[in-house]
Design a protein around this ligand. Structure first.
Ligand code: THU
Length: 160
């Protein structure tokens, strides 16, 4: 038996001014994307902004449904919109922000497991690390690849 440990590196920003201009622009887009949230059931409004390698920014927001499981998270609305409308253009960075009503969470929004798995799929498809920015008013985190928020990714149908 061997005890093992996984560690991850990420950046914590305590103010948006510390971020690179491109990332600040993405944060602003994610905050703006919350205006598209349709969340009458949870009242939790989530915005996502995805930068593609060609510089295009695609916005997404959570869309709920009276049949609860039929709704979709902000991250997946953005990623699927990009996949559907810009096929073949790799993803560069995905920024996410959430909060109740008009408020924004102090601590970074944490994407659900299903959204992380979808991030992993596009990262694998495009063979390019997808950076992730999780926004909070107190702290914002930046990760340099999906493995950092989804260790031990399921990404192979082969038996080794
Ligand atoms: N939600 C997102 O849009 N993204 C996440 O990362 C977590 C949760 C949405 C789904 C639902 O509309 C609401 O937030 C409450 O779970």
């Amino acid at each position: 038996m061997t005890e093992k440990r996984l560690t991850i590196d990420f950046i914590e920003y305590s103010s948006f001014e510390e971020m690179e201009p491109q990332d600040r622009e993405l944060v602003a887009a994610a905050l703006d994307a919350r205006n598209g949230s349709y969340s009458p059931y949870s009242k939790f409004r989530v915005g996502a902004a995805l930068r593609l390698v060609d510089g295009t920014i695609i916005k997404g927001a959570n869309q709920e449904n009276i049949a609860y499981p039929s709704g979709l998270c902000a991250e997946r609305t953005a990623m699927f919109a990009a996949g559907a409308n810009h096929p073949g253009v790799a993803f560069d960075t995905l920024a996410v922000v959430g909060g109740n009503g008009d408020e924004v969470c102090e601590m970074p929004a944490a994407p659900c497991g299903a959204c992380r798995q979808v991030m992993a799929e596009y990262q694998r498809l495009y063979q390019r690390p997808l950076k992730i920015i999780l926004i909070g008013t107190h702290s914002t985190y930046k990760f340099s690849k999906v493995e950092d928020i989804l260790p031990l990714i399921f990404d192979s149908l082969k038996v080794e």
